[in-house]
Design a protein around this ligand. Sequence first.
Ligand SMILES: *[C@@H]1O[C@H](CO)[C@@H](O)[C@H](O)[C@H]1NC(C)=O
Ligand SMILES: *[C@@H]1O[C@H](CO)[C@@H](O)[C@H](O)[C@H]1NC(C)=O
Ligand SMILES: *[C@@H]1O[C@H](CO)[C@@H](O)[C@H](O)[C@H]1NC(C)=O
Ligand SMILES: *[C@@H]1O[C@H](CO)[C@@H](O)[C@H](O)[C@H]1NC(C)=O
Ligand SMILES: *[C@@H]1O[C@H](CO)[C@@H](O)[C@H](O)[C@H]1NC(C)=O
Ligand SMILES: *[C@@H]1O[C@H](CO)[C@@H](O)[C@H](O)[C@H]1NC(C)=O
Length: 342
Amino acid sequence: MKFSIAFAVASALVAVTSASPVNPNSQGQSGSQGQQKSSGLTGPNGEPYVPGKWFDRFFMIIGENMDFWTVEADPVFANLWKEAPNGRLLGNYYAITHPSQPNYFSHISATSYGWNSDSPTNITGAESYSIVDVLEEKGISWAGYAEDYPVQQGCYIPYAPVDAQGNQVPHSYVRKHFPFISMENIYTNQTRCNNLYNADMFWQHLKEEKLPQFVYFVPNLLNDGHDTNVTYFGNYIKETWYNTFLHNSYFNSKALNYLSLDESGNTTGFNTVPGDNNNHIYTAIWGDAVRNDNVYDKYDWVRYNHSSISATLEVNWFGKQGQLGRNDTYAPVFSLPNSGSI
Ligand SMILES: *[C@@H]1O[C@H](CO)[C@@H](O)[C@H](O)[C@H]1NC(C)=O
Ligand SMILES: *[C@@H]1O[C@H](CO)[C@@H](O)[C@H](O)[C@H]1NC(C)=O
Ligand SMILES: *[C@@H]1O[C@H](CO)[C@@H](O)[C@H](O)[C@H]1NC(C)=O
Ligand SMILES: *[C@@H]1O[C@H](CO)[C@@H](O)[C@H](O)[C@H]1NC(C)=O
Ligand SMILES: *[C@@H]1O[C@H](CO)[C@@H](O)[C@H](O)[C@H]1NC(C)=O
Ligand SMILES: *[C@@H]1O[C@H](CO)[C@@H](O)[C@H](O)[C@H]1NC(C)=O
């Protein structure tokens, strides 16, 4: 039932879009499609994929609060970058700060906004400009999917779901891990709210082969290791995701797929002692966008951080970086095929 309503809304949006007069963005879009053949794929609402330099889709999934070596020592994660198609370990990747929330902001905004708490906040005005604004300039589809998100589709404002007695449902969805919901230009806009989904819709969109081009996936507090540990997180990845990560050709084709943590686990001595305490985290990437010509390509030791995500998306779809005017301007772009010839 909900699904058919969503479909009706989606069709209406498509109709409005195609009926609208000259859209300044559509020229850029057809221009880039002229250079590169479209894949014929679409996002959830029928938005045609806009081809990128290295990939047509970026998928990211985030675990919680573990040091690099804690994760790399777990067999599931030690094997992921070895076994996934074109898998690679980004061995020198750092989160931005502590606690969680500002790291999630950094994923999409290339800044923590100097924020240092998990409390609900609203990022307003021009500050709420994020990578999705950049992507939308070219008509690139995007969505956030969260496990246990209390609504199927739309903006859910509270911190976490509550039970009939008004108590927070434990081990569930939390707002601090879903950065879109804090951005004023998203939570005040119904069209954009409709890009936020319960994770069930991810599996639906995967099955129907209509994932958007930027996919942000957040597990619940059990599955991401937050209320559990790396063994639990690893088992979840193995049971829920391994088949998709390793064997789904739709998922991996023309794709850059990414699994990382929001921040490291041991915060003692942050920025004062070397090693994991400096927020060193595990990151694996894989998919067609990565090309491993020899065994050395299985590792990348460039010092990345969360701002490299925006920088990579910008160069992939716009051929330049820094459109947010924040740390995306300076962050190194992931080393993908032809990255030397930007
Ligand atoms: C953020 O904005 C929403 C929607 O207007 C509002 O319900 C909420 O109280 C605001 N939260 C904060 C922390 O200001
Ligand atoms: C809401 O978002 C849509 C999609 O990004 C955009 O086209 C529209 O202009 C926005 N509406 C307002 C009032 O900003
Ligand atoms: C994680 O927790 C489970 C259950 O408590 C335990 O069996 C396992 O050894 C723990 N893993 C690590 C790496 O501590
Ligand atoms: C956390 O880091 C501090 C400082 O390096 C170290 O003394 C401590 O043993 C670490 N704790 C754990 C659990 O690794
Ligand atoms: C870069 O990120 C840091 C930490 O989040 C932030 O304090 C700083 O303002 C950002 N720089 C720019 C230019 O946005
Ligand atoms: C991320 O890395 C870039 C490049 O080293 C650096 O300019 C930036 O300050 C770092 N931190 C943030 C928050 O982006």
